[in-house]
Design a protein. Structure first.
Length: 224
């Protein structure tokens, strides 16, 4: 078993999406609480954590004085809550097209689990996290090969379109022979509830994840 890796005071970015290892995430940053954090991550090459929201929104909103999320301690913003399992993200492209706006292209690398979290005064969340094991490479069995073939056709269609390479939703290297990689890419592409995307991301068995994805593809009516 590999040595357990822990990270302390990892900055978190709660979003209304689920980032998978190997996934692509474009972001536009304009909130004050994230501008400094992202600037430091870019300068040092450090990762940040992406976690999916279970309560609240990506942009902080004021709390209603009569609402259940109003804070007696003086916090004027609505409550935020998020899942304890997320994905480390690294910045692959960074630009500042105008003051107060950062445009990023990020990639998911490893899953983690939060062991302690803290909200700082300016609204930024930090957490101590433990890295989870990466998916073991698992070859795609014959009965699930159709999921890889369909993804291959989708990728070829996107590459033949006018989509710029840096904006492709699925980026190389293409590991079309691996259960985890194929399952993750379909999970990103398919329209499904956020909580289902989260549960699939948390699954430790990539073969089971692909089997569930195959069921979803067939129920959705996508030709396999």
């Amino acid at each position: 078993m590999s040595e357990i890796l822990t990270l302390n005071s990892l900055p978190l970015f709660p979003l209304g999406t689920v980032l998978y290892p190997g996934g692509y995430l474009p972001l536009q940053i304009f909130e004050v609480r994230y501008l400094d954090m992202i600037g430091k991550c870019h300068k040092t090459g450090a990762p940040f954590g992406v976690v999916s929201l279970t309560e609240g929104s990506e942009v902080r909103k004021p709390a209603s004085a009569t609402a259940k999320d109003a804070k007696p301690n003086g916090d004027a913003f609505a409550n935020e809550a998020f899942n304890t399992v997320g994905t480390l993200a690294t910045i692959s492209h960074f630009s500042v097209p105008q003051p107060g706006l950062m445009v990023l292209q990020c990639h998911g690398i490893h899953r983690f689990e939060i062991t302690r979290r803290e909200k700082l005064k300016h609204g930024l969340w930090i957490a101590d996290v433990t890295r989870l094991e990466d998916d073991m490479p698992v070859s795609i069995p014959p009965d699930l090969q159709k999921t890889a073939d369909a993804l291959d056709q989708l990728i070829k269609g996107l590459r033949q379109s006018d989509t710029p390479p840096e904006k492709m939703p699925v980026l190389p290297p293409y590991r079309l022979d691996d259960c985890g990689w194929v399952a993750n890419r379909w999970c990103e592409l398919l329209p499904m509830p956020l909580d289902l995307k989260q549960r699939l991301m948390e699954l430790d068995n990539p073969l089971v994840r692909l089997e569930l994805v195959c069921d979803i593809l067939e129920r959705t009516g996508i030709s396999l």
